[in-house]
Design a protein around this ligand. Sequence first.
Ligand code: MRU
Length: 321
Amino acid sequence: MSDPIPPTIEWQDGSVRLIDQRRLPDELAILECRSVGELCEAIRTMAVRGAPALGAAGAMGVALASVTGEPVEDAARRLKATRPTAINLAWGVDRTLAASDPVAEAQRIAAEDVACNRQLGAHGAELLPHGSRVLTHCNAGSLACVGYGTALGVIRAAHEQGRGPSVWVDETRPVLQGARLTAWELSRLGIPFRLVADAMAAGLMAAGEVDAIVVGADRIAANGDVANKVGTYGLAVLAQHHNIPFYVAAPVSTLDRETPTGDDIPVERRAADELAELAGRRIAPAGTEVENRAFDVTPAELVTAYVTEEGVVSRPGDLPI
Ligand code: MRU
């Protein structure tokens, strides 16, 4: 059966074709990038986003440079500078730089992503008892990868196995990846969900209506600390208070052995407008100073288990890092 969600990013005839996520859920539009500059702009403006998708984008950026004749080392530097937190971006760039055939390597990375996520999903689904009400944050679905998804891959695998999960979808202020993207994916997949305001998570947990939390990751430091979409740390603290398992689902390419702890992970600061405006309309008084950190770091001790394509581990020391 064909996937109800098309690939997020593809190499086709010397260009990179990606789903323009800025236009979802209104329109499923494809953006074609024919130069490294166009691809960097697509990454910066979040036409393509999510750690594993950024890994594939980085790889395809190097492949693009190799066919357009742009200086490859310079392309690699520009691609890596677009977004600092997700380690997959640098991983995809470096792996492709080191390959003798960058185009083939970028396509291999894209294909491996989907296979990895299916494996990861199958491992993670075992953690969800029948009828679990699962809360997720941001979008760690097919759109955040090349296909299938990580945190949503776990939920999707549970659904495919007949475990009947249902999902609480955090809207995920300020860019609304939950409301716009996760809700779109779950509707296409026919998985029951309800959209909630981020601030509702605490009340839902207190009411006993959350059985598990599953999130993705942008980078997992060597000690197991996890950088993910801002708001994830708060959910992990709440989960501990309410005795709810908190799972992190990510491919091995998100593990960063070069970064010792979460304190060493660079946290992206994004434009003030993302917070000061809503749907293009200013909501904060003119001149309001804004702090817009796109990610936060959850300490390893709050993570119940990590799910990778290699299996489930509860101790960070057991991660295949
Ligand atoms: O700013 P974004 O939308 O790129 O942030 C995405 C996330 O935080 C995801 O949870 C993470 O990249 C994992 S995606 C499988």
